[in-house]
Design a protein around this ligand. Structure first.
Ligand code: AP5
Ligand code: MG
Ligand code: ZN
Length: 218
């Protein structure tokens, strides 16, 4: 399955991506995670991306597109993949179509996680991420047993720099202006499947897997 996840910041793309990728045995490719790994690794790419990320803006398309092109050329993506956070505007969607046409492997489906803005603000303000294993927690909805410590690996939890309230507001505006038009784009292409992403994490996972199963061998 060649799958794209879309939805606003805080919709639960990263959370659901883990379960969906595991269920369908495909690699999870998250452009935000790749950028953050480059920031903490102090690479040239990370230094360049950081100023856009901290402001809540999109990293320029030519940089992001080249990064995704390289990643999709890796052998593990040959038989399918889950993209989380890419494409994020119509130009990137065009680029993805181009890459997949060259590979002779069109997109199977685009899953839209539907949540209202009030809920995403709550999800983002309580999000905490493990420094060591990357697991995503929530202070209220999915709290670790010991505050500030990851249950899975004992790592220290941190709040993402771009989860400050003023940056969150800007990210939501960027989503509405640049990313939301993708929903119409993929609907017109006959690729879109939307699910209600409100409710418990495991209920959303169940809905996602049920919606995606018909595309498993497409
Ligand atoms: P990115 O990392 O992709 O951030 P985002 O799109 O803003 O999405 P988030 O990761 O914030 O939200 P999510 O949907 O993954 O939610 P999560 O599962 O964590 O991008 C960051 C930056 O990188 C961008 O701003 C940009 O600068 C750059 N970038 C990335 N891709 C780019 C691209 N293609 N082009 C250009 N620039 C790019 O969940 C959120 C919280 O809610 C968690 O605490 C979780 O525990 C909780 N939660 C999840 N599900 C539920 C539930 N069902 N009930 C209750 N709580 C829940
Ligand atoms: Mg994410
Ligand atoms: Zn951890």
């Amino acid at each position: 399955m060649r799958l794209v996840l879309v939805g606003p910041p805080g919709a639960g793309k990263g959370t659901q991506a883990v379960f969906i990728a595991e269920c369908f045995e495909i690699p999870k490719i998250s452009t935000g995670d790749i950028f953050r790994a480059n920031v903490s690794g102090g690479t040239e790419l990370g230094r360049m991306a950081k100023k856009y990320m901290d402001a809540g803006d999109l990293v320029p398309d030519e940089v992001t597109n080249a990064m995704v092109r390289d990643r999709l050329a890796q052998p593990d993506a040959k038989d399918g993949f889950l993209l989380d956070g890419f494409p994020r505007n119509v130009a990137q969607a065009g680029e993805l179509d181009g890459i997949l046409n060259e590979l002779g492997a069109p997109l199977s489906v685009v899953l839209d996680l539907d949540v209202d803005f009030e809920e995403v603000v709550k999800r983002l303000s309580g999000r905490r991420t493990c420094k060591k294993c990357g697991h995503v927690w929530h202070l209220e909805y999915d709290a670790p047993a010991v505050a500030g410590i990851c249950d899975k690996c004992g790592g220290e939890l941190y709040q993402r720099d771009d989860d400050k309230p003023e940056t969150v507001r800007h990210r939501l505006d960027v989503y509405a202006e640049q990313t939301a038009p993708l929903i119409g784009f993929y609907r017109d292409a006959g690729k879109l499947v939307a699910i209600d992403a409100l409710g418990a994490v495991e209920d959303v996972t169940e809905r996602a897997i049920a919606a995606l199963t018909p595309y498993a061998d497409a």
